[in-house]
Design a protein around this ligand. Sequence first.
Ligand code: MG
Length: 399
Amino acid sequence: MERHQKTAVIIPAAGSGSRMGASVPKQFLSLAGEPLLVRTVRTFLLSPAIDLAVVVVPAAHREETRQILQRHLSPALSRRILFTVGGATRQDSVRSGLEALPAETDIVLVHDGARPLVSQDLILRCITGAREHGAAIAAVAVKDTLKRVDGRGCIRATVDRSGLWQAQTPQAARRELLLRAHQQAAEKGFVGTDEAALLEHAEIPVRVVEGEEQNIKITRPGDMALAAGLLQREHSMKIGHGFDAHRLVEDRDLVLGGVRIDFELGLLGHSDADVLTHALIDAILGAVGAGDIGRHFPDSDQRYRGISSIKLLQETVSLAAEHGLQLANGDITIICQRPRLAPFLAAMRDTLAAACRVAQDRINIKATTTESMGYTGRGEGIAAHAVVLLQAISPGQSP
Ligand code: MG
C-alpha cells in the first residue's frame, strides 16, 4: 500500500533504573537474552503500519543506545530509527521527539521504552483509534476494588471504580493535535504524566482503546521475571513446511545444501538453484508466518542472480531471530534419481547447521529416489521437502 503520510512512534527511553535497584538504565536490562529496549523498538518496526521509530535518550547514553540497537536489529530495521537527545522530564523528551519528526508524519504514537510486551494488535488498535477520533490511548478498565489509604496504612474510603481505567501506552494522536497539546502545556507550565493528560489539558478529546493486561511497564525488580514468564508463554513452538523443485540442465553447477557436487548436470535457477536450501528457507518462513522465498528474494532482483542460497538462508535465520525464534530442528528429504547423494549428506547437514547457527544434530537430511517414476525419476529435476520446528530464543541467548 502506497502511503504518503507517515506513522511514527516516539519511544522515550530515559529510565534511570534506580527503582529497579540496577546500576544500568532499565532499558538496557536483559529480557530473554536482549536489552528490553531492543524488544520494544523491534515490535514497532515489525508493524507494517509503522514507518519510523524516534528513540529519545539522554545525551550520556545516546551512542551506547545506538550501538546496542544496531547490534541486535537488522540493517533494514535499524535504518528506520532516528535518535534524539531527551530533556529533563518525559514531557520534554517526547517534545524533542515530536520536533524531530519528518513533516509528512500524520499519526504519532508515544510508547514507554520499558513496556516491551506491547503487541502488534494493540499498536494497530491505537493507530486506528487516532485515525478515526484524533487521539486514542491504550487503557484497561480497573478490575480490583480501589481503596483510598492514609499515611498510616488505614483505609479512609472505597473508591467507586466504575468508569475508571488505567492508562497504558501506546498513546496515539494526529501529529498536529499532539504538537498543539505540548505547546499549550509549555505555555501554561502544565506538567502531565502522559500524553493524554496534555491532550485533555488542551481540551482535545481522547478515546481509550482496549489495552492488554500483559502490556506491563517494567518498574520494579520483580517485573523483569514477570515479563520473562509472559514472554515464554507467548512464544510457543512454530512448525513450517517447504517444498521446491528445479530442473536439471547442462552447463550448470549442482549445489545441494551448500555443497558443490560433481555431476554432468546442474540445477537451473536465478540463484544457485540449491533446491534443498530453498525448501528449508520456505519452511522457516512458513513457521515465522512470513510468506515465501519469492517474496523475500524475488528472482526479478539482480542482487540474487547466482547468489549462494546459503546466504539467503542466513538472512532468513536472522529474520526468524527478529521474531524471537530459532531452529529447534529440521528434517529434509531430497528426491533425486541421480547422482547418488549419500556421500554428501553429512557435509550438507554441517553447512546448513552452521548457516542456521545450531548444532549439527538439529538437522537431518535424507535422500530418496522415486524408483524411476515421475519427473524426478526420469532425471528431469530434483525436488526437496523440508519441515522445521522453531522455538523461542531462550533467555541468556543472543539471537
Ligand atoms: Mg527454488
